[in-house]
Every structure is written in C-alpha cells, then in structure tokens.
Design a protein around this ligand. Structure first.
Ligand code: NAI
Ligand code: MG
Length: 338
C-alpha cells in the first residue's frame, strides 16, 4: 500500500528531527510519499499565518502527518497557537501519549502507561473574556456528551487492543460537579460496553500524586483536556523525558503525530537535538496505519540504541542528531532474525 505522509517541520529543532525521521522512514520497506507543509512562527513570518489553509488541506488529504515542533512567541498580534487550532479545525479529538520504561538509568522500571487526553474541548475550548474593567477574566470549560463519549470509547478500545486490563477515568467531579459530572456519567455508560476491562475512578489531584508515588499501577488514563495536558507531561518524566516522549493526535479523518517537546531554541544550529521522540512518533504513525511489523522494527532499533548507550547528550551520550540517525539506520539494516 502507498501512503501519503504530510511532513510539518515547523520551527527551531523541528526541521532537524523531521529530516532525521524522513531518512529513517525511507529505510523501511514501505511505499511512503512525503509532502511538506508549513506551520509555526516561520510560516507566520513568511506567509502571514502560522497555520495556512493549504496546510490543513494537505493534512486532510494525507493518510497521516508527522510534525516537528513550533515556536509560539507570546504577545505577537495575529498569532495563535497553530497546534491548538489544528486540533480543533481537524477535530483531532484524541491525544495519545504512551509512557513506557526505557532501558536507561534515568528511567523508572515497570511503566507501560497510555494517557488518552481529550483534545478539542474542556478548558481549551477558546471561550474566554476579560471583562471591561480589566479586573475579572472568565474562561468557559465546555464538556459535551459527544466529546466525552468519543474520548472514553477510544481509551477503552485502545485498552482492549493492547491487552490492558484497566482504565483510570480521571476527573474532579467532587468540585466541578456539572462538567466533570457529565464526563464521569458518560464514562461509566461507555465502560459498560467493555466488561472485561476494569474501570477505576480517580480524582485528578490524587492521580498527580499517585503518578509520582507508583506510576506502574496505571495502564490507561482517560481524562479531559487540561488535566491530560498536565498529567501526561508529568508521566513522561519517569521514562526518559522530552527527548523520547512521543504523541499522536487522532481524529476521524486526519491524524498528526509529534514529539512532545517544543522547538528548543537553545539547541538550534548545534546539531544535538534528540530525534528519538520523533522516531517514536513515526512508529506510532505506522501503528496507526496498520503497519505493525515496521512500527515494531523502528521501535526496536531505537531501543537498541538506548540500551547500548548510543544517545544524544540529553540522555548522557555523545552522539549528534545525525550520528544517532545513522545508528538507528544501521540497526534497521541488520538482517531480521526470526
Ligand atoms: P522545549 O520542549 O522546546 O524545551 C524544553 C527543554 O527540553 C529545553 O531545555 C530543551 O533544550 C530540551 N529539549 C527539548 N527537545 C529536545 C530534544 N529533542 N533533544 C534534546 N533536548 C530537548 O520547551 P520550551 O523551552 O518551553 O519552549 C520552546 C518553544 O517551543 C516555545 O516557543 C514554546 O511555545 C514551543 N513549544 C512548542 C511545542 C510544540 O510544538 N508541540 C510544545 C512545547 C513548547
Ligand atoms: Mg503540554
């Protein structure tokens, strides 16, 4: 099967890690055709918009997209976060963030957790106002039955597909009685369709604490937008940090995979950005396309490098971005042993 893949390099180290991912993907026995598209602050400066309409068209047309990172400077008139806007425009309703232990001294053992974050509503719905006297500001938290149903169903389906036994539904319904109340009610309705999977409720602040105390107890966490944003950043720190954390934004007719990190301005031009997170995002993309074997090979090559200490400086190694890319390609070219 031929796949059209949209590449969104973006700003800062984004173009470096996307170029590396393209080289690695080209070593796999798949027919991938790459189309680049513009996103981010550079796009805003060149074209007047951080998310040009043509970019959305290319993402929609592609089988999947891979994004590097964008720079989002505050206080620029007419600028908006192209990532939040893209998620809303394309209804990329599920943000998936796997957190798995890696074979590295900085990683805690025994963790294999998937955070499933609602990606289009909640406190990030974009309904905000500063009242006239400038002394009172309001942000509306929008939770819908439809939004809750589809994210919870996605979480349970993924639990089922990956052989996990439990899903934690994380909320604050004791205080946010209406919004989290609706989310929780709908979660229990959906959970009833998955009797083999245990549903565990947890209040978000307790969850933040439990993630630090005993992260290995979690298999899947499903939660609303802001809670998921915070908890998934927290969780990825136990398993190698930003250099290796990958994510996927999944919708009904588009999907965009990306490293969790940003554009890392301090690393620009140094050639030492860790491309691992983008490689793992590419592996998630292949999984999503149904190319499980190639996704597994890519992940195995990345894990072999980490286990051998062949890493960039953020994980204590001495390799450059290009050096690590060559190592991963070397592992991929080794004959397959059955
Ligand atoms: P950041 O993720 O760019 O950097 C945080 C720290 O992690 C820095 O010390 C950086 O050097 C390091 N780091 C990040 N990626 C790395 C990699 N691949 N290899 C090695 N080290 C890495 O976050 P920061 O500094 O808060 O934001 C910088 C810019 O990125 C801002 O304009 C922000 O708005 C944007 N940003 C964009 C995101 C995205 O595109 N999804 C996400 C987060 C921030
Ligand atoms: Mg975040």
């Amino acid at each position: 099967m031929k796949y059209e893949i949209c590449l969104l390099p973006g700003d800062g180290i984004g173009p470096d890690v996307i170029a590396s991912a393209e080289m690695v993907l080209n070593c796999l026995p798949l027919e991938l055709r790459f189309t680049p598209a513009e996103i981010g602050y550079g796009a805003y400066q060149r074209l007047g918009s951080p998310l040009p309409a043509e970019t959305l068209t290319i993402i929609r047309r592609a089988h999947a997209s891979l994004l590097g990172a964008v720079t989002s400077p505050p206080n620029i008139p007419g600028y908006f976060s192209p990532i939040v806007r893209m998620r809303q425009e394309l209804q990329l309703y599920a943000n998936l963030r796997p957190c798995r232990s890696i074979n590295h001294p900085s990683s805690r053992p025994g963790i294999d957790l998937l955070v499933v974050r609602e990606n289009t509503e909640g406190l990030y719905s974009g309904i905000e106002r500063l009242e006239e006297d400038g002394n009172r500001a309001v942000t509306e938290r929008v939770i819908t039955r439809r939004g809750s149903e589809r994210i919870v169903r996605k979480a349970f389906e993924l639990a089922r597909q990956t052989g996990r036994k439990s899903v934690h539904v994380v909320h604050k319904a004791n205080v946010l009685r209406q919004t989290c109340g609706l989310f929780l009610r709908v979660a229990h309705e959906v959970a009833a369709e998955f009797p083999e999977i245990e549903t565990k409720e947890m209040i978000v602040d307790a969850c933040a604490m439990e993630l630090v105390r005993a992260p290995e107890q979690f298999e899947v966490i499903v939660t609303t937008n802001l809670f998921g944003d915070i908890l998934s950043d927290e969780a990825c720190m136990f398993v190698g940090g930003l250099g290796v954390a990958a994510s996927g934004n999944i919708g009904l007719d588009a999907s965009v995979f990306e490293p969790v990190h940003g554009s890392a301005p301090a690393l620009v031009g140094k050639g030492i950005a860790n491309p691992t997170a983008t490689f793992l995002a590419a592996a998630m993309m292949l999984e999503h396309l149904g190319e499980h074997t190639q996704a597994g090979r890519l992940r195995a090559a990345v894990e072999a490098c980490i286990a051998a200490g062949e890493t960039t400086p953020d994980l204590g190694g001495t390799l450059s971005t290009a050096g690590l890319t060559s190592k991963v390609i070397e592992y991929l070219r080794q004959p397959v042993t059955q």
